[in-house]
Design a protein around this ligand. Structure first.
Ligand code: NAD
Ligand code: ZN
Length: 361
């Protein structure tokens, strides 16, 4: 293991959990086996990840732990449903997964959210481990204890806060991630720099070449830094009363754009567009300097992500969609905006008319 972080929230110290960073899959798998000491491991993964890692999973984990098993679900957000939760439950029960079972999410954020939610209610909660394989999952979704499935009325509508027992991060897994998925995760990385960490932002400005080539040492530094930032946020406010909303930068407009595109825009692309729009709002409200807005837009573009609102989406439609998201038509909603690079601020209440004017090109 190269290093470790521990997430401790004030609610209960005995429920703290480690994030363990590894430079090889082999050492992460060995660490997982050691920590779970003979208990049966039930791995949940998706078809894409399975097609790449089936041998490694079999040789390094399953064959080392009798009584373990693997369940492969279709890849993609469409699988993050109550129906698939039920299927996983049926499988776990057929495998006689009891109180000592450990459910392991081996995949991106979709698998992490689905498997984590399933583990949280099986036998009133069994041990759950995150083994994130996408950049987004390594820097964002695997840390912070939110698990959920989607509903036709919206994403993540059914779920809860449920902490994992541990998170195992093996950086080399990122080398097989398809390019668009990699960029998707980089949008969240840029977000961390923009809201919380000026020196991370500078590193991203300086090192776009090696980072786009997925240099492992640099990725190890960047992923660990993002996890440290998320740790700071969730330790202060795990249940999103206020400070955790700092992570929503780019997401209020981003979610609306994602929804209006019928999900043809990826989450990271929508968040990139959302960050550019919310930086523009920040400038127009006199919070952010135009120079800092320019730096953010330039950085997003350097990583091949979009910055302009899609032409077919009128600002009025976008703002209406943000209201639907919050079920509060006509009311002001709270935006997270920027005061400078590395300084996000939550709780800027803005009404729909003003928001429309502020995001207009
Ligand atoms: P994903 O899990 O759908 O993975 C993206 C794609 O990459 C999939 O096709 C997957 O099969 C593939 N993939 C993953 N790792 C791979 C690897 N190493 N090699 C090859 N292919 C690989 O999507 P995501 O972007 O990882 O996560 C998005 C999900 O995370 C959404 O459901 C979102 O709601 C959720 N999320 C949750 C939180 C939270 O706090 N719980 C935070 C952010 C996002
Ligand atoms: Zn996001």
């Amino acid at each position: 293991m190269t290093s470790k972080l521990t997430i401790r929230t004030s609610e209960s110290a005995d429920q703290s959990y480690p994030i363990r960073f590894h430079s090889t899959f082999r050492s992460a798998a060995a660490d997982l086996l050691k920590a779970t000491r003979g208990r049966p491991l039930f791995i949940i993964t998706d078809r894409n990840v399975h097609s790449v890692y089936r041998n490694e999973i079999r040789n390094r984990i399953l064959s080392e732990r009798p009584g373990s098993g693997i369940f492969v679900v279709p890849a993609g957000e469409k699988t993050k449903t109550r129906r698939w939760k039920e299927r996983i439950e049926d499988w776990l029960l057929a495998q006689r997964a009891g109180r000592d079972a450990v459910v392991v999410a081996f995949g991106g954020g979709m698998v992490g959210d689905l498997a984590g939610f399933t583990a949280a209610t099986l036998n009133r909660g069994v041990s759950f481990i995150q083994f994130p394989t996408s950049l987004l999952a390594q820097v964002d979704s695997s840390v912070g204890a939110k698990v959920a499935v989607d509903h036709p009325l919206g994403k993540n509508l059914i779920g809860l806060f449920s902490r994992p027992a541990a998170v195992y991060i093996a950086i080399p897994l990122l080398s097989t991630l398809p390019e668009p998925e990699y960029l998707n995760g980089l949008a969240e990385v840029i977000k961390y720099g923009a809201i919380l960490d000026r020196s991370l932002f500078r590193l991203l400005e300086k090192s776009s070449g090696p980072l786009l080539r997925r240099n492992r040492d640099l990725l190890a530094t960047v992923v660990r830094r993002c996890c440290t930032l998320k740790k700071t946020v969730v330790e202060a406010d795990e249940r999103e009363h206020d400070f955790r909303r700092i992570l929503n930068f780019g997401h209020t407009i981003g979610h609306a754009v994602e929804l209006l595109s019928d999900y043809s825009l990826r989450h990271g692309e929508a968040v990139a567009i959302g960050m550019a729009a919310e930086a523009r709002m920040s400038v127009r409200l006199g919070l952010l300097s135009p120079g800092d807005e320019e730096r953010l837009v330039t950085l997003i573009m350097k990583y091949g992500l979009p910055v302009s609102l899609p032409r077919r989406m009128h600002p009025h439609r976008i703002i209406t969609a943000t209201l639907r998201d919050k079920k509060s038509a006509g009311e002001k909603i709270a935006y997270t905006l920027l005061r400078a690079i590395g300084e996000g601020r939550t709780g800027h209440l803005i009404g729909p008319g003003e928001a429309e004017r502020l995001i207009s090109p």
